[in-house]
Design a protein. Structure first.
Length: 243
């Protein structure tokens, strides 16, 4: 099975549409979304509808949880909190119901999916060796997939040793058999690795490979929508620099 792997769309409809168009013909049989479907961006309802219509298999992210009132926003920075309040005020009942149906963690075809980490599914960033080891201690499947960092990453645990790899776009990386692996496809809607292009990945479960992809999208249009919605200006500006 080949999977189209998305994360951190953040209500950025122009970026999502560009990714789905780019992925046409890639042979993906299913779509997995690793949380933060909404938050920051201006099109939460349209993005949820697009994913729902595509039959996406998804997990809840911290911004999704805030939008439906499952968690508070005290831990959010001021920009995130402002966006969360706006999203909650705009979310249609059917979009809220879809988000409310999502679990924090789920297993699909031998891959464990969550937004942050298996230690803290909504909140923890898998940036450090300590966080990665805690995640792998809880991983009961050969592979897992996470988001939240907005930075593409491949983690491999080999006999107690940990490799943290930054995949290059277009490079097909073979996932080593017999070792636990965690993949992160980066962010569709708000990249933070200095590359403003939308990031997504393909994951082939049968052949055992991961491929990061980057695709340009109309950033100016996404920025225009954020401004028209009255969301904070830095949320528009950051899309242009990928930070």
């Amino acid at each position: 099975m080949r999977v189209l792997l998305l994360s951190d769309i953040h209500a950025n409809l122009p970026a999502l549409e560009a990714v789905l168009a780019d992925a046409e013909g890639c042979g993906a049989e299913t779509l997995w979304v690793l949380g933060d479907t909404v938050g920051y961006g201006a099109d939460p309802n349209a993005v949820v509808a697009r994913l729902r219509d595509a039959g996406a298999v998804a997990v809840l992210g911290n911004h999704d949880a805030a939008a439906i009132g499952r968690i508070g926003i005290d831990a959010f920075n001021p920009l995130a909190a402002a966006a969360a309040r706006w999203t909650a005020s705009q979310l249609a009942p059917d979009a809220a119901a879809w988000l409310s149906s999502l679990p924090d963690v789920r297993e699909e075809h031998g891959v464990t999916l969550c937004h942050g980490s298996l230690r803290q599914p909504l909140w923890e960033y898998l940036f450090t060796e300590g966080a990665a080891r805690a995640h792998f201690e809880r991983q009961r499947t050969p592979w897992s997939a996470v988001g939240h960092t907005h930075i593409p990453l491949l983690l491999v645990e080999r006999a107690g040793q940990l490799d943290l790899l930054r995949p290059a776009p277009g490079a097909r990386l073979e996932l080593p058999a017999g070792h636990r692996v965690c993949v992160n496809p980066g962010s569709v809607g708000q990249p933070r690795d200095g590359d403003p292009r939308a990031a997504y990945a393909l994951l082939d479960l049968a052949e055992g490979w991961f491929e990061l992809r980057r695709v340009p999208y109309p950033v100016a249009e996404a920025q225009r929508r954020i401004r028209a919605a009255g969301l904070p200006e830095p949320l528009a500006l950051r899309l242009g620099i990928g930070r």
